[in-house]
Design a protein around this ligand. Sequence first.
Ligand SMILES: *[C@@H]1O[C@H](CO)[C@@H](O)[C@H](O)[C@H]1NC(C)=O
Ligand SMILES: *[C@@H]1O[C@H](CO)[C@@H](O)[C@H](O)[C@H]1NC(C)=O
Ligand SMILES: *[C@@H]1O[C@H](CO)[C@@H](O)[C@H](O)[C@H]1NC(C)=O
Ligand SMILES: *[C@@H]1O[C@H](CO)[C@@H](O)[C@H](O)[C@H]1NC(C)=O
Length: 179
Amino acid sequence: MSPARSTAGCPPAAEMVHATSSLLLLLLSLALLAPGHSARKCMLTGKWTNDLGSNMTIGAVNDRGEFSGSYLTAVADAPNNITWSPLLGIQNNTVRQPTFGFTVRWNFSESTSVFVGQCFIDRGGKEVLKTKWLQRLSVDDIDDDWKATRVGNNDFTRMHTVQNEDDLASPTSATTLEC
Ligand SMILES: *[C@@H]1O[C@H](CO)[C@@H](O)[C@H](O)[C@H]1NC(C)=O
Ligand SMILES: *[C@@H]1O[C@H](CO)[C@@H](O)[C@H](O)[C@H]1NC(C)=O
Ligand SMILES: *[C@@H]1O[C@H](CO)[C@@H](O)[C@H](O)[C@H]1NC(C)=O
Ligand SMILES: *[C@@H]1O[C@H](CO)[C@@H](O)[C@H](O)[C@H]1NC(C)=O
């Protein structure tokens, strides 16, 4: 069966090779997770703020790329009425710098906005969401339809630098090679 029996307490050579290649894979994946490395993928999950001081919080992105969250705008026609409003969107969750879209249904006024954008990871490893939006306002008369849509740009950055996964990971299994 397993002929290569090594000295007391030590695994057979084949297992040593296996353990060594596992360690190499672990080190390789840690290297790939390093901040700013090209393998890191942008996910929209988290807290973001934009150039106007508006904030949004996006929940987990599911395996179809769908997400939901909340948006708190810094600007509105009736600023005293602003409250958090729900958002719903979808992103490509397989590429490094995905495109995405989401809708905000303002719940303090009868108005809806759609954002489209792309998440970029700049050379310093910092994520930025470059977006354009359309806002549909409600008008009482169809004759006012011509003036009911606004357009704009926003750049979002992550609000809190949450600790990176690679800071939390530690190569604990190294001790298994001390034979
Ligand atoms: C966004 O969050 C920051 C930090 O908590 C806060 O100072 C700012 O007032 C928030 N923006 C709005 C529009 O409430
Ligand atoms: C507004 O939207 C938020 C979600 O961000 C929700 O928690 C809240 O209940 C909504 N309020 C109303 C009045 O619809
Ligand atoms: C995301 O983009 C990649 C690369 O262009 C593409 O192959 C894939 O089908 C896209 N969509 C999803 C849902 O991953
Ligand atoms: C703002 O809130 C007040 C008080 O609830 C309300 O009377 C007013 O219509 C609201 N304004 C807008 C633009 O929704």
